[in-house]
Design a protein around this ligand. Sequence first.
Ligand SMILES: Cc1cc2nc3c(=O)[nH]c(=O)nc-3n(C[C@H](O)[C@H](O)[C@H](O)COP(=O)(O)OP(=O)(O)OC[C@H]3O[C@@H](n4cnc5c(N)ncnc54)[C@H](O)[C@@H]3O)c2cc1C
Length: 492
Amino acid sequence: MKASTPRQRSEVLQRLAAEPLDLLVVGGGIVGSGIARDAAMRGLRTGLVDRYDFAFGTSSRSSRLLHGGLRYLEQGRVGLVREASLEKKVVRHIAPHLAQPLGFVFPAYQRAGRPLWQLRIGVKLYDLLCSGRNFQPSRGFNTRETLGMLPQLSPEGLLGAVRYSDALTNDARLVIDTIRSAALHGADVANRVEFITAERHGDTWVCQLRDHLTATPFMVRTRTIINATGPWAPQIPHSTVKLRLSKGIHLVVERSRLPVGEDAVVITEGKRILFVIPWGERVIVGTTDTDYTARPEDVAVNPEDIAYVLRTVNEAFPSLRLGRADILSSWAGLRALIANPDGTPSDISRAHEIRLNEPGWWDVSGGKLTTYRLMAEQTVDRILRYLGRPKGVCRTAAEPLLPTEADACYSNIVPPDFSRDAVVHYVQHEWALSLTDVFVRRTSWHYYHRDAAAKAEQVATWMAELCGWSDQRRREELAAYHRATEIVASAA
Ligand SMILES: Cc1cc2nc3c(=O)[nH]c(=O)nc-3n(C[C@H](O)[C@H](O)[C@H](O)COP(=O)(O)OP(=O)(O)OC[C@H]3O[C@@H](n4cnc5c(N)ncnc54)[C@H](O)[C@@H]3O)c2cc1C
């Protein structure tokens, strides 16, 4: 059944306006989509809206890892690591097409503050925290073995390495497939719909929304609201969220220029760690961590970010001499770190928080991609308690995200299928309304293909046929795509 044709979209909006909801989820990133899926599966009449596109925010700009977070062990945050370690296995179970186990080689150097023995203990503990069974068991390597695997690695002061296991995903695809699941379970979902404000009348919230496709305001009535707008959360009326935003960027380069083998490599810069992640014929390198105070929509990679990442990679692999010309594409995202009320970083800044502000209104913030399902389960438990409904059984850890393997045929970690059929699927079944929706978030074609500009022209032509765009609209879509995906205008 087609899920996202213009007719279906207008039916969804009509239903949202006419039939009161149990729950309105504001924000279609991974957190909002996970909550909508769980709520719909537990029988709540659920709506979900996103101001831009699903996965427009941080959830399409991460490192794409399902991970426990080895480095949090250094900080003694065993509970956080255990929670995420179990959840990465859950995602592998419910969405195997979006969770590919991946080894991480972590070299130890004399000059670095992490001795090899400490890394060896750390990765063994890491295995244990996955209920004793990680995707692959960790192991250690001496210097000769390490350089055998990674001949270009700097040998100076190298003590050896460890290898541990996490998984690679496709963040935006995880969001889209979660939203597909929510819709299959009856949630009414719409992108390009902005939450403006809400007022409480008795036990009902009356919300003002705006459909940006038709520039039409409309009202929705709902018992409960979730603010899951990530970096935008403090701007939403009634929100009490205080965040510190931190920018992280990634660069994509040809794998032939950064030959890392089958495993990812952890490289260090002082106490910071960066990942070099194999991704098909490409490699993803990141990330950075710098304070950010401008509008979340405007986050972009700048020349200093690029210089920092290239410098760190070239220190780890000195013979490669990676330069700006090697960069195929890049992205920048914002960590929404929970701050104390005075704005300073909080102890729980990397954990998540579900806060009831007013009756029927929760702010859900922080956390990470890997733990989205658990955040959703905890949130929906609270909503059901508030509504006085039976908690029921949460089935999100057991039931596959998509009903059959065939449903996942256009949902990949590495994009293989550049075809008109795929574009038809994204437009008819996955709410793709613009060229960027398809080319960046449904597929990652923009990040992956060396001839991305020519491929974008082709996709714009297919979408024009499918969506009835005029030639002027087609050209506007291309211009919008180029604006949105420019690496760094000021660094050119
Ligand atoms: C650089 C970086 C690397 C990361 N790497 C990893 C990783 O490898 N693994 C991992 O587990 N986690 C990772 N994370 C963390 C993870 O990406 C985030 O925790 C997660 O994506 C946050 O999702 P979210 O749904 O809270 O926010 P978002 O994805 O930002 O979603 C918020 C949504 O709200 C919408 N919105 C805003 N205002 C409104 C409005 N008024 N009305 C309607 N909708 C609105 C936006 O359009 C957006 O789509 C990383 C984060 C960063 C920044």
